[in-house]
Design a protein around this ligand. Sequence first.
Ligand code: PMP
Length: 383
Amino acid sequence: MTEHNLSENLIEGRVVPTHRTANFSAGPAALPTAVLQRAQAELLDYNGLGVSVMEISHRSPAFMEIAEHARNTLRNLLCVPNTHEILFLQGGATLQFTGVPLNLLGGADAENDADYLVTGAWSQKALVQAAAMELGNCRCVATGEPNYSTLPSGWCSQNAAYFHYCSNETVHGLQLEIRDIAPFVADKVPIVCDMSSDILSKPLDVSRFGLIYAGAQKNIGPAGLTLVIVDKSLLGRAHNYCPPVLNYTVQAQNDSMANTPPTFAWYLAGLVFEWVAEQGGVAAMAQKNTQKAALIYDAIDSSGGFYRNDVAQKYRSAMNVPFFLPNEALTNRFIAGATENGLLHLKGHKLVGGIRASLYNAVPLPAVQQLAEFMNEFARKNG
Ligand code: PMP
């Protein structure tokens, strides 16, 4: 992105431009303003072709270059080793709930049990949908039900085709590091992780994972694209029932173009990857994300119990901060007041209610500062 200034200053120097509201949406979520500006500038005439990216063949040299560049930028950002394939698929993370068992529980002589750790609404869904395939025995090794406020203890995964967990529970606001998980999973069991809501938010040791999947619409780009990073040693195990577009081996052999890919979403994801690189990469993202999350958790913890977040300190998510006020009337007043102040999309998920502030990479620090100030003021007036 040499011809366009995508520097952080352009965004943060404006302290949330008036035409861009402070957007705390859980997903589809805020995209970097500079990325949208670049896409806007290139919309009608991509690189002198006289057409938009949406209007060219996925097999054209121009799109092949966009696709390859996005893949390489991501590989560099996350230091994805050559042992792992990067796939750009469709269907959202939800399709991977069935895609994972279809790809990993299909081999005739393969171990056909899969272990699932349930730490919130999304890993619960992943288990239910995988089990419904009846391809093998999908077992729940432990569950944090009903509150999902901490990592369950007293479990291990030893004899399984794979072990599945979710690194960031978007609804319940619980985030897990691989070091919290790996000691309880036998070395030979591949770890599969749903990273939909925290991929690219911090450095990642991809080599520890057999498979990572993530819907795009939080830290990657617009909805419609799904990222899969898979250890090549896990390819070739798909069940006969696995459709080709969902088959990692087929997609790897076809550079993720077994059918027409979501070209515009792929292009935008490439711009987001470049933006992350320009900000200093995932380490810089982590630093900023920690700073942003601390502002909101401080506002909660210093409110004298007016705001409540039930997640164990160690597992509090830096991406999604759910919190609760003393009653529904105050919750509604909080949302109305926040909206009036240009702080949008803070309503909690319908499963848990309350408030949820999503603080993905593209949410600028000044927006989070504004929210923290609003929270402090609201608690002072209503507490
Ligand atoms: N997993 C997690 C952790 C999520 O946050 C979401 C969506 N919010 C999903 C899976 C489902 O993603 P999609 O709607 O893209 O299928």
